[in-house]
Design a binder for this molecule. Structure first.
Ligand SMILES: Cc1cc2nc3c(=O)[nH]c(=O)nc-3n(C[C@H](O)[C@H](O)[C@H](O)COP(=O)(O)OP(=O)(O)OC[C@H]3O[C@@H](n4cnc5c(N)ncnc54)[C@H](O)[C@@H]3O)c2cc1C
Length: 427
């Protein structure tokens, strides 16, 4: 089981102080201006916090996935946007760290974690979000390299990025026809439409278009046809980060609500004196603690290279983001009218929490991943109560003969290509 070590706790406490000192004074302005906070990006880079996204092998200072999650939680307690800035450095770097050659890693990961460049992870398209196996952006051989044609949507940092990790079709239909490339942000033929959002103020979201963007041969990550596998291996390792963001938002909202409930009086006593509010806060605290345990467990599996990380990462992302949404909404309720005002940070936390249920695979897709892993687990073992199974004496088999497609699995072939479903998807 995971447990923060002395060193990890020290790092988390240092980050907590850093966030209160450097980020807290800026969040209101950040929310109102809605522009990418380059100032904060510079500070994160200057103080070595972006470097926590990569291990020493790639020039970073990451100690473990667990300490990374503890760090992201601290950022998210104060600002969802700033937690996303850090998380996104890792999301853009992960495919390169997982599939890049030493030269590619030196060329792109180092500058990303030193804050010298911004990067994007470009998988989703207007017609392919939950089902990236059906994406349509194409990469065709072009002289000594490739030419990319198509469009992406909902891409973080789009318009600001110096590099884009782009997933494009190099082969036939389906997940096996995809490859991953790294494109220059200023490549001719690349244009970006900006997309205003509900939450994560200052975060830039956009829709890049590739009208015949040429990339050299050395822009390919891994082998031709590896794209889907790279995308899914990335999600296995990035979803615990989303869970940590959710835990941070949830805990941040509880902290404000608790302080407020102690000081606000109704009916002659503090809000915190009313059992209804006590129970609400107690439930919120317990739920966030449970989500944190799951996030750290998923992070531990990543650290240990445990093949159960796919299922755990999905469970952590699902539970933590649903918890964050519920808890931030309750925090708004506890603050009453003030909770609804822009001046108070809980409504921002509520808006920020919503996207955690959507990006890196919407929560319905996490449920598909979890159910598929459960199906594999059940198939790999004997029934625990064999005498109660359909077909045993006195137990009906069910209606009609089993269909070949559905037997033994909870998904159809089409769904098996949705986010998080890959050939090597472990139980
Ligand atoms: C703020 C933000 C930032 C993002 N950043 C990035 C990024 O940087 N890079 C990137 O590549 N993408 C990014 N995304 C895209 C995100 O990953 C997709 O929006 C998400 O995967 C859902 O895809 P979709 O929007 O196309 O919804 P759809 O796939 O159209 O799904 C719509 C709804 O139907 C549900 N659904 C779909 N299929 C099923 C099914 N089989 N069973 C049950 N329910 C189903 C979904 O869960 C969802 O609720 C971002 C999105 C947002 C909002």
């Amino acid at each position: 089981m995971w447990r923060l070590t002395e060193g990890q706790r020290r790092q988390r406490d240092e980050v907590r102080q850093w966030v209160l000192e450097h980020v807290r004074p800026l969040v209101h302005e950040l929310d109102e201006r809605g522009e990418y906070p380059f100032k904060v990006h510079k500070l994160l880079a200057r103080d070595g916090l972006l470097a926590l996204a990569a291990p020493p092998r790639d020039g970073g200072k990451a100690e473990s996935e667990v300490s990374w999650c503890a760090y992201v939680e601290e950022l998210a307690k104060v600002s969802g946007t700033v937690s996303l800035m850090a998380a996104y450095v890792k999301l853009a770097a992960l495919p390169i760290m997982l599939a890049g050659t030493p030269d590619q890693r030196r060329r792109w990961v180092g500058p990303l974690i030193r804050g010298e460049i911004l990067g994007s992870y470009a998988l989703s398209e207007p017609h392919a979000g939950s089902d990236p196996g059906s994406l349509q952006t194409r990469a065709e051989p072009d002289g000594d390299g490739w030419v990319i044609i198509g469009e992406k949507r909902f891409i973080g940092n789009a318009g600001l990025s110096d590099i884009y990790v782009v997933f494009a079709r190099t082969g036939g239909e389906g997940a096996h026809g995809l490859s991953a490339f790294v494109l220059d942000g200023d490549a001719p033929g690349l244009t970006v439409e900006r997309l205003p959002t509900m939450g994560m103020p200052g975060w830039q979201l956009g829709a890049p278009r590739f009208d015949g963007v040429h990339v050299d041969r050395d822009a390919l990550l891994g082998d031709v046809g590896d794209g889907f596998k790279i995308a899914m291996r990335t999600f296995d390792r990035s979803r615990p980060t989303v869970a940590a963001q959710a835990v941070g938002l949830g805990q941040g909202a509880i902290d404000i609500a608790l302080d407020y409930a102690l000081r606000r009086h109704t009916f002659g006593s503090p809000l915190l004196g009313h059992e209804g509010i006590q129970f609400k806060l107690a439930g919120m605290e317990a739920d966030v603690a449970a989500a944190r345990a799951l996030a750290f467990q998923a992070a531990t599996f990543v650290d240990e290279g445990d093949e159960r990380m796919t299922k755990l990462a999905s469970m952590a992302k699902l539970v933590a983001s649903d918890t964050a949404m519920r808890v931030t909404t309750e925090a708004v309720q506890i603050l009453g009218g003030n909770g609804y005002l822009r001046q108070f940070p809980v409504e921002r936390m509520m808006r920020d929490a919503k996207v955690l249920q959507i990006y890196e695979g919407a929560n319905e897709i996490q449920r598909l991943v979890i159910a598929r892993a459960m199906s594999h687990q059940a198939q790999a073992r004997e029934a625990i109560w064999p005498d109660c199974m359909p077909g045993s004496p006195g137990v009906a088999t069910g209606l009609g003969p089993p269909s070949e497609e559905a037997e033994g699995d909870v998904q159809t072939g089409h769904e098996a290509e949705s986010q998080g479903q890959h050939a090597a998807s472990p139980a």
